[in-house]
Each structure stands twice: as C-alpha cells, then as structure tokens.
Design a protein around this ligand. Sequence first.
Ligand SMILES: Cc1cc2nc3c(=O)[nH]c(=O)nc-3n(C[C@H](O)[C@H](O)[C@H](O)COP(=O)(O)O)c2cc1C
Length: 176
Amino acid sequence: MVEIGLFYGSTNGATAQVAHMIQQSFIAYAAATVELFDIAEYALEAMLEFDQLILGVSTWDTGQLQRDWEATFAEFDALDLTGKTIALFGLGDQGGYPDTFLDALFFVADKARERGARLVGAWPVEGYTFDQSWAIEHGRFVGLALDEHAQPDLTAARIARWVQQLLTEFDLRSNP
Ligand SMILES: Cc1cc2nc3c(=O)[nH]c(=O)nc-3n(C[C@H](O)[C@H](O)[C@H](O)COP(=O)(O)O)c2cc1C
C-alpha cells in the first residue's frame, strides 16, 4: 500500500476539513493511505518520508500565504524534494478576493518545484468567477481550486474527481 503524506496549514479549519475529505476519498478507493500533517504541529522535514505528497494551503491577507505556511516556509530551503511527486490544493474566496484568488497556491507550488519536486494535479479554470490569480499556469490552476465561501456545494464532487485524477498521476492504479 502506497503512503501519501498530506501537509496542510489552516487558520479557521476549512483546509483541515478538506484534508480529511481527501483522506477519506483515498480510503474509499483503497488505492493508498493518506497520513495527515498539520504544519502548525509538524516540521516540513517530515515530507522527506514520502515519495508522493499532497500540500494544502489557503490564501490570506489579500494574496498571502496562510500563517502556518508563512511561519515554516524557510524550512523548504533545507529540503531536497528531487524524485518526489507533489499535488496541491488551495482554498480561497473568489467573491471576496477576486484579484488574489488562491495566490498562495502558486507560492507553495513554485517553492516545491524549486526544491526539485515534480508537480501533478493541475485543475481547469472553468466554473470559477474571478479576475486574477497567480495560481494559473498554462491556462490551468496549478492544483485543485476550492472555495468554501462561494461554492461549498461543489467541493465534494471536485475532490472526488481530483482524487480520481491523482490515482493516475500518482501512478497508483497499478498499485491497488
Ligand atoms: C482577511 C482575509 C483575507 C483573505 N484573503 C484571501 C485572498 O487574498 N485570496 C483568496 O482566494 N482568499 C482569501 N481569503 C479567504 C480564505 O482563503 C478562506 O476563508 C479559506 O477558506 C480559509 O481557509 P482556512 O480556514 O483553512 O485557513 C481571505 C480571508 C480572510 C478572512
């Protein structure tokens, strides 16, 4: 059984809740186990134990990293993530912050890539209403985009579809 490390930072609990939903989704498919790490409690160095990782971040303070990511971000620079495959998800508020929607998703993605990781889990921009986001590359969000303010009803279905995508992109279908 493949083990995936899911590292998240969450100020008011929304990203934490999504982390648990993703964990449950993988259990349902019995393709992998997902171990959760709240980065307020664990050092980022724990990422080194996993070949496949999921990172979750919300955007705060108009285009900034969530506070626990902000506090630990420098730890990335000591990590060699070469050979790791990383998928990311982000939470934001497209109605309240249409010019900085999910910006922090890009900051974490960019840093993970700089440290040598290969990124998977890009997500279509269709179905969202916003003006600007750093998190778009080549016409897609760099990870799963979730909005518990404007579109809470879509979250469960988006997670289910994204986890299906990850089964392929993490190459787990050959490891049932
Ligand atoms: C003061 C404040 C600033 C925020 N800034 C942004 C922002 O710039 N972009 C965005 O997409 N969402 C922004 N949000 C929305 C949060 O990302 C959203 O509430 C998210 O669900 C919080 O997740 P968490 O509780 O896991 O930290 C902001 C929310 C607050 C309260």
